[in-house]
Ligand binder design. Structure first.
Ligand SMILES: NC(=O)c1ccc[n+]([C@@H]2O[C@H](COP(=O)([O-])OP(=O)(O)OC[C@H]3O[C@@H](n4cnc5c(N)ncnc54)[C@H](O)[C@@H]3O)[C@@H](O)[C@H]2O)c1
Length: 360
């Protein structure tokens, strides 16, 4: 049933990113209704509903048992994603989850299959490929403005999370590739389709970290810096760096290099960091006009409004579990390559999403 009216959602996981999500969702009242929130920490859930409405659910089971709830917005920490998504799907709820989908390739595919079997939507971040800058870059590439694209360079130097995040240790457990590498990987797979092979190098460059409150923790084995080469089945080669050591650098965003021109997307994350083109041999980069006025920064609710629109009009949503599982596969292939020093074949595939209607 496609249903009518706003999508009735509950936020599960009320930490750092839940406020930006709730604020952003509230700007789309005809498409999203926040029924309430749940967190293992009841005070965090209480704070969120006090500021953004709805009610506190006492337990996860209470969320899942509420027949009013159509979809879960999963903003829990990475390590909890698999359990929450599985529980939601088993309870018959659609779900939009923050990234990465899971921390294990088999579990990612298991959840995709579960959603399919239950005829439910599994939508996953990153949704920044739905941003105006990203859609503008994709349109120029689709229209052949670069000729055949053979090389892509992506930089995701995200600095030291402990300088701003109150609970950074779990992010270091999953590493820069799985936490922020997912942004360019999702943008580039959206444009070029599935990867076929990954070669990577990386390591823990700076293991001793100190939080804002002065406590220390140690990064055990997941790289805080990694560089990977990804070969795409459709032809292009991607070289991507992801780092929790290096902060913003002069190199940033994503560069696409084709036979007749290069294109620079200012960010794989923010929607409004500019798009520029330079024909091969030209001295200057020139601005590519946005397909429409860009949202400043990231519109966090965009995956949830997209989910609403897709469910209500009975069409596939663009941010799929299938693509997110493929991105998880690329990341864990990179981790395997870092360990073994060998290239690793990526076995999974996915169907590329359609461009946004306003970017066709
Ligand atoms: N912080 C950001 O800027 C940011 C940006 C984009 C995406 N994300 C993604 O959002 C997610 C959350 O990040 P965050 O920064 O808000 O983390 P956080 O540590 O600030 O918050 C996570 C919350 O999840 C809760 N939680 C953990 N396990 C749970 C469970 N089993 N059931 C219910 N609640 C549980 C914790 O109590 C905590 O309140 C991550 O997947 C991250 O990749 C974060």
């Amino acid at each position: 049933m496609a249903g009518q009216g706003p999508l009735n959602v509950v936020i599960v996981g009320c930490g750092n990113i839940s406020g930006p999500y709730a604020r952003s969702m509230a700007t789309h009242p005809t498409r999203i209704k926040l029924l309430g929130a749940f967190d293992l920490n009841p005070q965090a859930a209480q704070k969120l509903v006090t500021e953004h409405g709805g009610r506190v659910y006492e337990t996860l089971d209470a969320v899942m048992a509420d027949p009013q709830v159509e979809a879960i917005v999963n903003l829990t920490i990475h390590q909890a994603h698999y359990d929450i998504i599985k529980k939601a799907l088993e309870a018959g709820k659609h779900i939009h989850t923050e990234k990465p989908l899971t921390l294990n390739v088999a579990q990612a595919h298991e959840l995709v299959a579960l959603a399919k079997n239950r005829n439910l939507r599994l939508s996953s971040a990153p949704i920044t490929f739905l941003g105006e800058g990203q859609q503008t870059a994709w349109k120029a590439i689709r229209e052949g403005k670069l000729g055949t694209v053979r090389v892509v360079y992506a930089e995701m130097n995200w600095g030291r999370l402990e300088s701003w995040h109150p609970n950074p240790a779990p992010f270091y457990e999953v590493g820069a590739l799985a936490d922020v590498g997912v942004y360019p990987l999702t943008v580039v797979t959206t444009i070029f389709g599935p990867a076929k092979r990954v070669t990577a190098a990386g390591g823990v460059l700076w293991p001793q970290r100190t939080t804002k409150s002065g406590s220390t923790f140690e990064i055990k084995e997941t790289p805080d810096w990694a560089c990977m080469c990804v070969e795409f089945a459709s032809g292009p080669m991607l070289r991507m760096t992801a780092s929790f050591y290096v902060g913003p650098t002069h190199q940033h965003g994503v560069e696409f290099h084709g036979d007749v021109a290069s294109l620079f997307l200012g960010s794989a994350h923010d929607f409004n960091k500019g798009v520029q083109i330079r024909p091969f041999g030209a001295a200057e980069w020139t601005d590519v006009p946005y397909v429409r006025e860009p949202f400043p920064g990231v519109e966090w609710s965009r995956g949830v409004t997209e989910l609403h629109d897709a469910i209500r009009s009975d069409r596939p949503q663009r941010a799929t579990g299938e693509q997110a599982a493929h991105v998880v596969d690329i990341i864990f292939s990179a981790y395997e390559s870092i360990k073994t020093g060998k290239a690793v074949a990526v076995k999974s595939s996915f169907t590329q999403p359609k461009p946004m209607d306003w970017a066709v």
